[in-house]
Ligand binder design. Structure first.
Ligand code: SF4
Ligand code: SF4
Length: 448
């Protein structure tokens, strides 16, 4: 029953790549963990949801826990989230719920899926594995709110998002899926400037876009915020070959990147300084034979948290970006990480090497923006939405409407191909299907 509601509503993991939730919940697990860490600096979306929709979140977490047969249903939040803790605790009391709250220390990346599994269960997900390998399912706060709404028959067509960073006033918005991001900024009173850089998501793992390119971006089911970077910021990374050249000339093999790597500290065999050494010792151009090197293949288990390049490296090098490029090359070559399925032991000094979140924020130059905690949400409507057919892991959805059709808010407009992994897509406004392009459906409101 729950899975049918979740599938019909087109719910995907709102906090990551968008894995279809009806598939994730179709298993048996001992732990159901709801990730409320929101550990990326400057994002306030999940914290707002926990304060204002605690009952819905607790109730949905319990239903999801029942679905997977979990003995333990846990919402994990940072230890300093006092207001969120109070709201969730009150909801648990009022509902007589079996949901528990787990307090995480304020380090980065406490919200990484594998960190949170270890913190809550004491189990380490095997390298290259996923949480169900240790009897755990992890979802997040926004997904729980979507599940709660799905139980009332509402599809996932709106997103809550943070507007923050170098802006006069940080804001929280509730916007239709498919709304252009430049219009979201405008709704918060911020002009989209061509020379500015923006981050879609958080500053550590989000995607960087330049002003002109922001015009092409729209809200998807996984959007959590837009951060505006200070004009002086130089955060984008150069091309792979340039990064390799820099590694060759400047990597001092101090191995700080490995010492602080969260996955390495869990006992995984990832050693970014060794990957940098291999890259530095390769020839002037990237050689595909490098992909056969087991040390290089370990790049596949990098979670791209960015600790190595945004915090650890004293030379300003880019191990994370190199790993990211290597992962694409490994994928294109059909080389998959060979996991033996065995769990590993965290290194004994792990707890002393986690990166305190305030230190990270200071290192990023973002501390001055951290005091903004908006607590009201602006409801935004759109005159046109561009709804992407692939906002999730799996196959793109196939349109089930035609150009010129009138559609209503919440109406199904695209569905996954028969038997394929994917998610339903719904219209987020009342309007007319203006165009259907290869990757999107454009719907125009008829209200002037
Ligand atoms: S981005 Fe760097 S620190 Fe993070 S998991 Fe990858 S190698 Fe480790
Ligand atoms: S921290 Fe930087 S300089 Fe040190 S080994 Fe890693 S990439 Fe090289």
């Amino acid at each position: 029953m729950l899975l049918t509601h979740v599938f019909n509503a087109g719910i995907v993991g709102c906090g990551g790549a968008g894995f279809p939730t009806h598939v994730k919940l179709n298993c048996q697990a001992e732990y159901m963990i709801i990730n409320g860490a929101e550990c990326e600096p400057l994002l306030n979306t999940d914290k707002y949801l926990m304060r204002h929709f605690a009952g819905e979140i607790v109730s949905a977490a319990e239903k999801c826990g029942d679905q997977v047969g979990a003995k333990h249903v846990v919402i994990a939040i940072k230890d300093y989230y006092e207001a969120e803790n109070a709201a969730l605790s009150e909801a648990i009391r009022t509902l007589g719920s079996r949901v528990e709250i787990f307090l995480l220390h304020n380090y980065y990346p406490a919200g990484d899926e594998q960190m949170i599994v270890y913190e809550v269960t004491g189990r380490v997900v095997p390298p290259g594995g996923i949480p169900i390998a240790v009897g755990t399912v992890v979802s997040n706060i926004a997904t729980m709110l979507a599940v709660s709404e799905a139980m009332d028959g509402q599809p996932l067509i709106h997103k809550y998002m943070t507007i923050g960073g170098d802006v006069p006033e940080a804001a929280l918005l509730r916007v239709p899926v498919g709304m252009p991001l430049a219009e979201c900024l405008a709704a918060a009173g911020i002009a989209c400037e061509p020379g500015r850089q923006y981050i879609l998501g958080g500053p550590m793992m989000g995607r960087y876009v330049y002003g002109a390119d922001l015009a092409k971006e729209v809200v998807t089911k996984t959007t959590s915020g837009i951060l505006v970077l200070p004009e002086s910021a130089e955060w984008s990374m150069p091309a792979l070959q340039q990064m390799i050249n820099r590694a060759r000339s400047a990597c001092i093999q101090c191995h700080y990147c490995t010492d602080l790597c969260p996955r390495h500290l869990l006992g995984h065999p990832l050693r970014p300084h060794m990957i940098m050494r291999r890259m530095a010792m390769s020839g002037p151009a990237f050689a595909d034979e490098l992909l056969q090197d087991p040390e290089i293949q370990n790049a596949a288990i990098c979670c791209e948290c960015g600790v190595c390049e945004r915090f650890a490296c004293p030379m300003g090098l880019a191990p994370r970006s190199i790993n990211s490029a290597l992962k694409k090359k490994l994928g294109a070559a059909g080389i998959r990480y060979q996991s033996d399925g065995q769990s590993t032991e965290p290194l004994p000094f792990r707890n002393y090497r986690t990166v305190p979140a305030p230190s990270l924020t200071a290192r990023l130059g973002l501390a001055k923006y951290m005091s903004a905690h908006p607590d009201t949400c602006i409801e935004v409507s759109a005159s046109e939405v561009q709804i992407l057919l692939k906002q999730h892991v799996g196959a793109p959805a196939k349109p089930c409407v035609s150009e010129g059709d009138r559609v209503s808010e919440g109406q199904l407009v695209a569905a996954p191909p028969e038997g394929a992994l994917g998610a339903n897509i719904h219209s987020s406004i009342d309007g007319v299907v203006d165009r259907i392009e290869a990757d999107r459906i454009i719907i125009r409101s008829e209200v002037a």
